[in-house]
Design a protein around this ligand. Structure first.
Ligand SMILES: C[S@@+](CC[C@H](N)C(=O)[O-])C[C@H]1O[C@@H](n2cnc3c(N)ncnc32)[C@H](O)[C@@H]1O
Length: 267
């Protein structure tokens, strides 16, 4: 007897309403190319009075994600830490080290820098980022780097030289520096009302990540036709981006009202 509901939208999107721990158990091993998700962390939100998401809950879902991921697949884990009694919780690091313990690589620790923030802080600088950990099962099989960093020296000639056996230097090649280079692993992304998404109705969800974040991560680490899972689907941001970018999507969400928002966005 299962405690979840399944809904197919078109041929490529499957949404489940239920607990990820249970739903992931139905998914075959080594069948998923990418996981893109943001888990509930440090009880920063209550998500319609859900029970607290414990480290044990995290571990059971992380184990399942590692199992369903294909060799060469990646998990993008978007997470931050609460400040509790004057000290950051460190939950994000504990989770990252757990993924390493169960055999994944911490391929990169990327930063997602927000443009919006809430309260001025009196004894520290404004907290304006979250981690986007990239965990991989072996070496990532796909990397499509986004090239949108304006080169300061665009148009200038890059001159190389090569030392010959007799010690002399000869010019090797001359290349013009292109207008744009590969971006860094710190991404500044617009956040806030109607910037995270222009789907006004979606703001009933309290903690969406921006559509731009989802789209750029999907482009970077997967190809059209790949299968992507979001085990904490929320308002369906990952699913909407998968639809736009021709990836297959599997989303799982516990809460009925968030599930309904996701259904509308993925449709
Ligand atoms: C940080 S939010 C994700 C937001 C999402 N990235 C978006 O852009 O809308 C985390 C979500 O996980 C859901 N959730 C918490 N525990 C869950 C579980 N065990 N299984 C499935 N969903 C869960 C919460 O209801 C919440 O909507």
């Amino acid at each position: 007897m299962t405690n979840f509901k399944k809904l197919s939208i078109g041929e490529d999107s499957t949404l489940f309403r239920g607990n990820s721990k249970e739903v992931l158990g139905q998914i075959p091993s080594n069948s998923v190319d990418m996981v893109l998700t943001s888990p509930p962390y440090d009880d920063m939100r209550t998500y319609n009075n859900q029970k607290a998401f414990t480290f044990e809950d995290f571990k059971s879902i992380a184990d399942e994600l590692a199992r369903v991921l294909r060799i060469g697949g990646v998990i993008i884990w978007v997470v931050g830490d609460a400040v509790i009694k004057g000290s950051e919780s460190g939950t994000s690091f504990k989770q990252a080290l757990y993924f390493k313990e169960i055999g994944l690589n911490i391929h990169d620790t990327m930063i997602y820098q927000k443009t919006g923030f809430n309260f001025p802080m009196v004894n520290r600088y404004q907290q304006i980022f979250e981690y986007m950990f990239v965990f991989s099962k072996g070496s990532p099989k796909t990397f499509n780097p986004i090239q949108d960093r304006a080169n300061r020296c665009a148009g200038e000639l890059l001159k190389g030289s090569e030392r010959q056996k007799d010690g002399t230097l000869t010019k090797k090649r001359v290349k013009e520096i292109s207008a744009f280079g590969t971006r860094t692993n710190i991404w500044q992304i617009n956040t806030g009302y109607m910037k995270t998404t222009t789907d006004q109705f979606a703001y009933d969800h309290p903690a969406m990540f921006p559509e731009k974040l989802a789209e750029d991560q999907i482009i970077s680490w997967s190809n059209p036709g790949d299968t992507i899972i979001d085990p904490f689907m929320g308002a369906g941001t990952t699913g909407k981006a998968c639809k736009k970018l021709d990836r297959k999507f599997i989303g799982i969400e516990l809460d009925k009202s968030y599930f309904e928002i996701a259904k509308k966005r993925v449709s």
